[in-house]
Design a protein around this ligand. Structure first.
Ligand SMILES: C[S@@+](CC[C@H](N)C(=O)[O-])C[C@H]1O[C@@H](n2cnc3c(N)ncnc32)[C@H](O)[C@@H]1O
Length: 255
């Protein structure tokens, strides 16, 4: 899906965005998960892409697992984190079938990775696995794009980036009926005197806030909170992104 696009993705994503996301996740962990237990310090970055966020969270002291279905994205992640001194476990797996070694204190699934699950069945499978792997008292954090974003910002529009070493053009098409947004991305990357062309198609699906909340509750998450941004803004669908924080109920010990 993202193969051949990893260099471009890596260069274009703003580091400030990842720093803000890392701070947001860390605050949520300290507020909701830490009061209940301290032993498990493992965090899963699900659909970790090029690993920038994984590395930032490792720098904050979490024992990180970076999981992605794309080996090309994971190669870039390893390259990015090489030399950071942190021992990150990288797993090339589909998150709808993920198989971890044990439970984790938290899961982060950032930058509309959840929208990449294009059927309700896949979404439910992922939520159910996330619920299995997050320890009681732990949290699951992710963001999704709103339908307003797909309709107003993406549908029918063409985008481009033109630098000396590479050029990338992409356009998006959103169908309200299928709720699917299809992106066609073409990039030209300079190697010596030649430019190499690469074509990638990415599909995302829109899921509404209420249906996501219901599906999270169905698999055992509770205390579900939504925000419009990483500074805890109120949800505003026109801003384009909604952040979810869901908690796994802590075990109630009998007296
Ligand atoms: C938009 S990128 C986000 C990457 C990263 N989370 C970030 O914040 O930059 C979506 C990522 O999800 C991965 N992905 C998509 N579907 C997946 C699946 N079923 N299982 C695991 N990873 C998946 C893609 O390979 C890609 O790296």
């Amino acid at each position: 899906m993202y193969g051949g696009f990893e260099n471009f993705y890596n260069r274009e994503m703003p580091v400030k965005y990842y720093r803000d996301t890392a701070v947001f996740f860390d605050r949520m962990m300290k507020k909701y998960a830490r009061p209940y237990y301290t032993e498990n310090n493992i965090v899963l970055d699900c659909g970790c892409g090029t690993g920038i966020l994984t590395d930032l969270l490792a720098q904050k002291g979490y024992d990180m697992i970076g999981l992605d279905v794309s080996s090309a994205m994971l190669d870039k992640a390893r390259e990015n984190c090489d030399g950071s001194g942190k021992n990150i476990l990288w797993l090339c797996q589909d998150m709808t079938k993920m198989d971890l070694y044990g439970t984790v204190a938290g899961i982060i699934c950032a930058t509309d990775t959840v929208n990449h699950l294009t059927t309700e069945k896949k979404l439910d499978k992922f939520f159910s696995l996330a619920s299995n792997y997050v320890e009681p008292g732990g949290i699951f954090v992710f963001d999704v794009l709103t339908e307003e974003y797909f309709k107003e910002k993406i549908d029918g529009n063409v985008f481009f980036v033109d630098e000396d070493e590479y050029t990338c053009i992409w356009h998006g098409k959103y169908s309200e009926k299928s709720r699917i947004c299809e992106y066609e991305i073409t990039s030209f990357e300079k190697e010596d005197e030649n430019y190499f062309r690469n074509d990638v198609s990415v599909r995302e699906r829109f899921y509404g806030m209420e249906e996501i909340t219901e599906r999270l509750e169905n698999v055992g998450f509770e205390n579900i909170k939504t925000f419009g941004g990483t500074s805890f803004e109120k949800v505003d669908k026109n801003r384009g992104r909604i952040y979810f924080v869901a908690a796994k109920p802590k075990i109630k010990l009998k007296k």
